[in-house]
Design a protein around this ligand. Structure first.
Ligand SMILES: C[S@@+](CC[C@H](N)C(=O)[O-])C[C@H]1O[C@@H](n2cnc3c(N)ncnc32)[C@H](O)[C@@H]1O
Length: 493
């Protein structure tokens, strides 16, 4: 029951609006929304269909050959894991690497010298209940760097892994006065700062900076209103998310995205200066419209669908789920202090917050972008003599200081509106796979076997090399029993 036993008064106050926001979209509106999306993605050959049995699913409307590109899907909402921000400087909107090879290397070593590192990300799995792991769709083998077990976004201080490079050299790399050999071949877009003046977000272009500002960041930016209570609350919210689960950052982005869309729709429909004290019928229809892209995502409450960690005794399940709910409520309370908007009050209910996070829990894919620094060092290693030795005089000490971590990818988590309609099969006909030319955070799906016209396009959410029982156990965390052709063949009689 909505509102029952909820610590959040908004759950009761706005129970009707919440029910309307969470009611499943009609098959007709699903069709219209996804037909439009497929058209804008310019990926001919796909159609989203809805059935009562398996919900949304993607079908091929043409034949795809093995290895053929199927879909490139930009993110609807995504975040780089906070720990990974030390390793990689990327555009906060499209997740392309930015600056220069020199900046990427110098900045990483400089931050390591300061002792800023991702200690907790590299430690064990969850320390229940503060560290709640987020399950993400398994991004197949080569592409999957960070799975649910280490999805903990906490930047913490640890004893510095001090490197042998003098600070002045690192600063020269960062400020562009020291160039490394052959980096011209690996040019990256220049860095654009956040238009709001926060030091957290950086972009590859003014277009990305403006798009992020208009879509999400103008509400979440901590650069403006120095000293304000809202700014302090926003900083506290980010710190809490970084210390617990960065899925909360995604939820805040969804809420700010919806508020910004609502404001835009309202500006279009009403004169600028018209004021309304209460959320009335008309405003609510605008809120429903603003929420539309989120309403399409498959959702359950987070605390109902989050997988029970292996180290939690099944007899403690109810208390585990209650603690997850409490954690979400704590995060929501801080977020409300930072960005609450009267006209969009239902968005700040625990019921909506829980469903937004549950949507990520069941749909998200790892965000992975390969590092150009890795390509650079491979290029240097492949140079013929004596060019290689000459180049290595400068690059070897850097490589040695970076150690095994010289090739860390950009890692995060993302909700992709079209890819998230793909159902699972243990014998999938497609997979997520980044090709050399895919330099940003978009999801890329390719066929792994010929796909006939009319066939459903499936990916694997798990490691499909596992035996039957283990696959079913992992898929139970997604809330279904797999009845794909392979499971039917392998099912114990
Ligand atoms: C990423 S969504 C896939 C699209 C989903 N069908 C929808 O309606 O949005 C993941 C959810 O789809 C459902 N699902 C995916 N693959 C399935 C399968 N092979 N059999 C039954 N349900 C499946 C499960 O409920 C799962 O949590």
């Amino acid at each position: 029951m909505l509102g029952s036993s909820s610590p959040c008064p908004l759950d009761t106050e706005f129970s009707h609006q919440i029910a309307a926001l969470l009611s499943p979209p009609s098959p007709e509106s699903i069709k219209d929304y996804y037909d439009d999306l497929v058209e804008t993605r310019k990926c001919p050959g796909l159609r989203v269909k809805f059935s009562k049995e398996s919900g949304k699913a993607i079908y091929a409307t043409k034949r795809f050959e093995e290895g053929e590109f199927v879909l490139k899907d930009p993110v609807l909402v995504a975040t780089q894991h906070s720990a990974n921000k030390v390793d990689c400087l990327v555009c906060s909107y499209c997740f392309r690497f930015i600056g220069s090879i020199e900046l990427q290397i110098g900045r990483k070593l400089y931050l390591q010298d300061l002792g800023l590192c991702d200690k907790e990300c590299k430690e064990t799995t969850s320390s229940f209940p503060e560290k709640v792991c987020t399950r993400e769709l398994h991004d197949v083998k080569n592409n999957s760097i960070c799975n649910g077990s280490n999805d903990i976004g906490s930047s913490t201080f640890r004893n510095s892994k001090s490197n042998s490079i003098p600070t002045e050299v690192l600063q020269s790399l960062m400020n562009g006065t020291l160039s490394l050999p052959h980096t011209g071949l690996f040019a990256l877009p220049s860095v654009f700062d956040c238009p709001g003046g926060c030091k957290e977000e950086h972009y590859c272009s003014k277009t990305c900076a403006d798009s992020d500002w208009e879509s999400f960041h103008s509400i979440l930016c901590t650069g403006r209103n120095e000293e304000s209570a809202q700014r302090d609350a926003m900083l506290k919210f980010i710190e809490h998310a970084n210390g617990t689960n960065d899925i909360f950052i995604l939820a805040a982005k969804v809420i700010s995205h919806t508020i910004l869309k609502f404001r835009k729709l309202k500006r279009l429909r009403f004169k600028e200066n018209e004021k309304r004290a209460k959320l009335d019928e008309m405003d609510f229809s605008l809120l429903l419209e603003a929420w539309k892209s989120i309403s399409m995502g498959f959702k359950k409450r987070w605390w109902d669908c989050v997988a029970l960690p292996g180290d939690v005794d099944p007899s403690d399940e109810a208390s585990f789920r209650m603690q997850i709910k409490d954690l979400a409520f704590t995060s929501l309370q801080i977020l409300k202090e930072a960005i609450f908007e009267d006209e969009c009050a239902p968005l700040f209910s625990l019921e909506i917050y829980g469903h937004i996070i549950g949507m990520f829990e069941l749909n998200n894919l790892d965000l992975v972008v390969a590092s150009p620094v890795e390509d650079y060092f491979i290029y240097i290693d492949d140079l013929p003599s004596p060019e290689k030795e000459e180049a290595e005089e400068l690059t070897r000490p850097l490589l040695e200081s970076l150690g095994d971590e010289y090739s860390v990818c950009c890692q995060g988590t993302a909700f992709y509106p079209l890819q998230s309609c793909m159902n699972h099969s243990c014998r999938p006909n497609a997979k997520a796979f980044k090709r050399d030319e895919d330099k940003d955070g978009e999801a890329v799906i390719i066929a792994v076997q010929p796909i006939c016209k009319g066939e459903e396009i499936t990916i694997s959410y798990i490691d499909e090399d596992l035996p039957y029982g283990e696959r079913q156990a992992l898929l139970a965390d997604y809330g279904f029993r797999c009845m794909c052709p392979r499971c039917l063949e392998e099912m114990p009689k």
